[in-house]
Every structure is written in structure tokens, then in C-alpha cells.
Design a protein around this ligand. Structure first.
Ligand SMILES: [Zn+2]
Length: 241
């Protein structure tokens, strides 16, 4: 039987023809090198709706074939993602032991301050790196402390995280910012969230207002989240004061 009414092409290698002639439906599925070849060389023909038994067996076969194809593509996609992720890890170095200890202390502060979701993500999904992988060379760095590759959950920590930040509370502030990227937030959202959280974090103008990191982050927050600084009745126009 050969009657084409509807044709669905899976990528460039698979075609599904659903035909109708009179009261009989027919379905063709064929793998070929080109669509033209598929149209010319239909070799498998299943008659649907002619008998109940034939219908159930044919539909099952077609469904299994479709799932098999989808499974093949899905597996290929997963393998490609894993290969990409491993290439990021293989072209960068992990933090040194003393650097890792500073990271852990900062995460501990976040936990003590009640940032359970962020801490869980950092501890269970993140791979920390101490040097840039190849992808970071092609992306603009947001600041000198750390950067996050979402959704690969890789946080690269730079020397300023250990030297420019004056204590673990400032390092916790940096990781709180990065953890918001782990949730898919953009710069506006991440900067705004940390700025609103600075009192709870214990990183305020009274405790850290004179540090280089505080001055830098405030300026970056004003640039990335200007909506927080349009309150003329508040000190420094800061709506969170
Ligand atoms: Zn950021």
C-alpha cells in the first residue's frame, strides 16, 4: 500500500508517512540516507485500523521504534554534555588545600546564617576550580573574586577571594552571590539578593564599610541593580537602608 498524506521527518535520516486511502490508514517508517530515497523506497508497510489485533501490534512496534530513536538521541546528548563538562575540568586545576579550607569556612558561615538551599547546592552540586578552564577564556569575567558556569555548576575562585577579601564573612558574601547563579539567577538578581541580605550576613557598612571589597561590591551593585538606589529619602539613596 502506498498513499502519502502526512509526512513527518525525524532529523534528516528518518521519515514517518501516514497515509489514508478509503477507510484504511497506513503508516510507513523508514531509515534512509536522504528524504528522496525514503519517498521512493518505502519497504515497511503497516496497515492500521483494519483489525484490532493488527492495530495493537503495529502501534506497539512503531511506538517502540520511536522510543528507541528518541533514546538514542537522548543518550548522545547526555554523552556530549558529559564530554563538555569533563573538558572544563581537565583544562583547569582544583583549589589548593589551604584555599579549599577558606572556601569551606565561608560555606560554614552561610550555613550558620541560614542559607540552607544555597549551602546544599554548593556542597552537593558544585565543583570548585582554582584556575580558568578553556571556556572562561571566551567569557567576560564578572568580578575578580569568582565566576560560575551555570548549569555546569563549576565555580572558579580567583586569588582576590583569598587576599582581597579581608575575612571569611566577605568570602561568604562572594559565595552567596555565586550560589544565586547556581539557581539560574542573572547578575541583577544575584547582586540585588546579596545587597538585601548583607545585614543578615553580617556584612554591613558598620562592619566592613571601609574594606576594598565592600566599596567594590557596592559600586557593582549600583551598576547591576540600580533599582535599589532610587530612594532619595534614604541614606545614599539606598532603599535597603
Ligand atoms: Zn555574578
Amino acid at each position: 500500500m502506498r498513499a502519502e498524506v502526512l509526512q513527518v521527518t525525524f532529523q534528516s535520516f528518518y521519515a514517518l508517512d501516514i497515509g489514508i486511502r478509503g477507510t484504511t490508514f497506513a503508516l510507513y517508517i523508514r531509515r534512509g540516507r536522504a528524504l528522496g530515497q525514503i519517498l521512493r523506497e518505502v519497504t515497511q508497510c503497516y496497515t492500521l485500523l483494519s483489525t484490532g489485533r493488527a492495530v495493537s501490534r503495529t502501534f506497539k512496534d512503531v511506538l517502540l521504534s520511536a522510543l528507541q530513536y528518541l533514546g538514542t538521541y537522548a543518550a548522545s546528548g547526555v554523552l556530549a554534555i558529559i564530554a563538555f563538562y569533563l573538558s572544563l575540568l581537565s583544562t583547569s586545576l582544583p583549589p589548593a588545600r589551604h584555599q579549599r579550607a577558606a572556601i569551606d569556612r565561608a560555606v560554614q558561615i552561610l550555613e550558620e546564617k541560614g542559607y540552607d538551599r544555597e549551602v546544599w547546592l554548593i556542597r552537593h552540586t558544585v565543583t570548585f576550580r582554582g584556575t580558568d578552564h578553556w571556556l572562561n577564556f571566551f567569557t567576560q569575567k564578572e568580578n575578580a573574586y569568582a565566576s560560575t558556569n551555570f548549569p555546569y555548576q563549576i565555580i572558579t575562585v580567583y586569588p582576590d577571594f583569598y587576599t582581597k577579601a579581608v575575612d571569611d564573612t566577605e568570602r561568604a558574601m562572594v559565595l552567596l552571590h555565586e550560589s544565586r547563579h547556581l539557581l539560574g539567577e542573572n547578575e541583577n538578581q544575584a547582586y540585588a539578593y546579596v545587597w538585601k541580605q548583607r545585614k543578615n550576613l553580617g556584612w554591613t557598612i558598620s562592619t566592613h564599610g571601609t574594606t576594598e571589597s565592600y566599596v567594590t561590591i557596592e559600586q557593582q551593585t549600583r551598576e547591576n541593580a540600580p533599582e535599589l538606589f532610587n530612594c532619595p529619602d534614604k541614606p545614599w539613596d539606598d532603599c535597603t537602608e
